[in-house]
Design a protein around this ligand. Structure first.
Ligand code: UDP
Length: 140
């Protein structure tokens, strides 16, 4: 299988509870390597732009407010089949449905405050990586 990249966010509920290390450890144990990382506080414009695909969904405004409620850690992850490997270790969107041993089962507070974001396709991964990182900030 090919080595590919995906995009991850450690969300404000996780940074607030000092779980940056805990989440990253689970990503690394799943075979993913952090090749870029920065801690930022998203602006409303950034959060709305990032989640533009969800703008007609009922949870959009709450989601944006949550994502700007504290710092996040944006990361580029590299590994074999990185997108699906990351989705696997993240677990289901709603932590109540997430499998044992996944990040969301372990750490998430709710369907909204669910600790991590991960790209859902290689195409979206490329778009999301470019939204937050310049090529020279990614060091594989
Ligand atoms: N979300 C929410 N309520 C919902 C569904 C989703 O607040 O009913 C939030 C949640 O933080 C989720 C994000 O919106 O991670 C994006 O939703 P998506 O369906 O893309 O889930 P994901 O790909 O993150 O599992």
């Amino acid at each position: 299988m090919a080595v590919t990249r995906t995009f991850s966010i450690i969300k404000p509920d996780a940074t607030r509870r000092n779980l940056t290390g805990g989440v990253t450890k689970m990503l690394e144990e799943a075979g993913l390597r952090v090749v870029a990382s920065k801690r930022i506080h998203m602006t409303r414009e950034q959060a709305e732009g990032f989640y533009a695909v969800h703008k007609e969904r009922p949870f959009f405004q709450d989601l944006v407010a949550f994502m700007i409620s504290g710092p996040v850690v944006v990361q580029v992850l590299e590994g074999e089949d990185a997108v699906s490997r990351n989705r696997e270790v993240m677990g289901a969107t709603n932590p109540e449905n997430a499998a044992e041993g996944t990040i969301r089962k372990t750490y998430a507070e709710s369907i909204e405050a669910n600790s991590v974001h991960g790209s859902d396709s290689e195409e979206n991964a490329a778009t999301e990586i470019a939204f937050f990182f310049k090529p020279e900030e990614i060091v594989g």
